[in-house]
Write a protein that binds this ligand. Structure first.
Ligand code: SAM
Length: 235
């Protein structure tokens, strides 16, 4: 936790917060901080700054906070990810959030196991928890928007062209003839396939929606590795 994320309910006065539970434990046990120590803090969807501990008890920690800085700039990338297995989902949401992605669509595709859609990890609470971990990791405060689309075809045919309009729209596909570009200017919409990859008709649908299939080369990467490698290369 490189930033302690604050929520409006934490405030007991304009510049004073009281934290309990996970954040109190982390401050006491990982930061090993005590009264007088300062930590990096940030208000959800707001400013970042610092907080000085004024009281630490076995149940709560109180900080006086000053919020006058901006969070790091957002990445101009919208991710469209075929729903991965639940364990991997957590890593992708936290990882993409830490990289600065602010919009993620989790979509169905032919090779997505149907059971993944029943996972409790798709709950709003879990997605928010994973995104919070990514924000805390990267000292960011701005929560990404994460949306689920259980039907590939209507999403790709009716909604995705509008989402991708005005952006460089790419679908990562190991067998694509085109090499993935580097250091693009402007906004990007990036589609990533499931563990088994997109099937050919899905690639064709994405191409009709304005996407270009690009490859990172012959190495087949895990989905979470591919997300990080693609973003690092494109932005
Ligand atoms: N056997 C699958 C295939 O050939 O498509 C491999 C899928 S890979 C484990 C999961 C996703 O990560 C792919 O659909 C793609 O979006 C991305 N990916 C992995 N390695 C890639 C590469 N070398 N180039 C482009 N995308 C890659």
């Amino acid at each position: 936790m490189n930033l302690v994320l604050l929520f409006p309910d934490d405030f007991v006065e304009d510049n004073r917060v009281v934290l309990r539970g996970r954040r109190r434990e982390h401050i006491a046990q990982v930061h090993r901080a005590g009264a007088g120590d300062s930590l990096v803090v940030g208000l959800i969807d707001g400013k970042a700054g610092s907080g000085t501990i004024t009281r630490l008890t076995p149940d709560e920690v109180e900080l006086v906070v000053s919020l006058d800085g901006e969070p790091p700039p957002a990445l101009p990338v919208t991710l469209v990810v075929a729903l991965p297995r639940p364990k991997v989902l957590n890593r992708i949401v936290a990882g993409a959030t830490s990289l600065g992605v602010k919009k993620i669509f989790l979509v169905n595709s032919w090779r997505v196991e149907k059971s993944y859609w029943k996972s409790p990890r798709l709950s709003v609470e879990n997605l928010r928890e994973q995104a919070t971990a990514g924000l805390e990791q990267a000292r960011d405060t701005v929560m990404p928007k994460i949306e689920l689309r259980r039907l590939f075809r209507p999403f790709v045919e009716e909604e995705l062209p509008g989402i991708a309009a005005g952006t460089t729209a790419l679908v990562a596909h190991p067998r694509a003839a085109a090499e993935c570009p580097r250091d693009l200017e402007g906004a990007i919409t990036l589609a990533i396939g499931p563990e088994g990859g997109f099937i050919d008709p899905e690639i064709a649908s994405l191409e009709r929606a304005g996407f270009r299939a690009v490859s990172l080369g012959p190495r087949i990467l895990r989905v979470e590795t591919a997300v990080a490698a693609l973003i690092a290369r494109l932005v």
